[in-house]
Design a binder for this molecule. Structure first.
Ligand code: GAR
Length: 187
């Protein structure tokens, strides 16, 4: 099986979805490490509960490239072959990204190239869009850029607020991410 590491900064629901998918014997990847730049990230406890080794180290006080070098060393030590960003809310240094070219993926809560960056659900609501969704893409040096591996669409419904729309998108994220990773590692 392909060895996958997951980077999180928060609750880690996408990480949990990947961990659940990996329990299927037919799943072509296994999760070797969950890493976080926030030692208080709620997802870390969820990873531990599932028996996944964790690594947590705050980025505070470190230059971006120095922090990313720590991250890279830990990923290599863990034997990771692929890296999935799952709500990892830090920009990555160009050198780090280059070292994982073609093997690092991100999930973003919009139909890229629309709505790069933060606060996507509110921006979709403000624009009056009829449709929204999520995207899994290979990570390149540009934020929320890079070749698209898959997308899932949801309708924006009358009466939606940020919470209801985010929940509808998140349910699709959880399905899409495992599917795209399985495809990528099977290429
Ligand atoms: C997810 O919706 C993910 O797409 C988004 O953060 C959330 C993390 O939730 N990522 C980004 O906005 C990246 N720019 P999770 O911690 O429950 O997976």
């Amino acid at each position: 099986k392909a060895k996958l590491a997951i980077l999180i900064s928060g609750r880690g629901s996408n990480m949990i979805a990947l961990a659940e998918a990996a329990r299927d014997p037919a799943c072509p990847f296994e999760i070797v490490r969950v890493l976080s730049n926030d030692p208080a990230a709620a997802g870390l406890a969820e990873a531990e509960r599932r028996g996944i080794p964790i690594w947590a180290h705050s980025h505070k006080g470190l230059k971006r490239a120095d922090y990313d070098a720590l991250l890279d060393a830990e990923l290599r030590a863990a034997g990771a072959e692929y890296v999935a960003l799952a709500g990892y809310m830090r920009l990555l240094s160009p050198g780090f990204v280059a070292g994982w070219a073609g093997r690092m993926v991100n999930i973003h809560p919009s139909l890229l190239p629309a709505y790069k960056g933060l606060d996507t659900h509110n921006r979709v609501l403000a624009a009056g869009d009829a449709e929204h969704g999520c995207t899994v893409h290979l990570v390149t040096a540009e934020l929320d850029d890079g070749p698209i591996l898959g997308q899932a669409r949801v309708p924006v419904l009358p009466g939606d607020d940020e919470e209801s729309l985010a929940a509808r998108v998140l349910a699709e994220e959880h399905r899409l991410y495992a599917r795209c990773l399985a495809d990528l590692v099977s290429r």
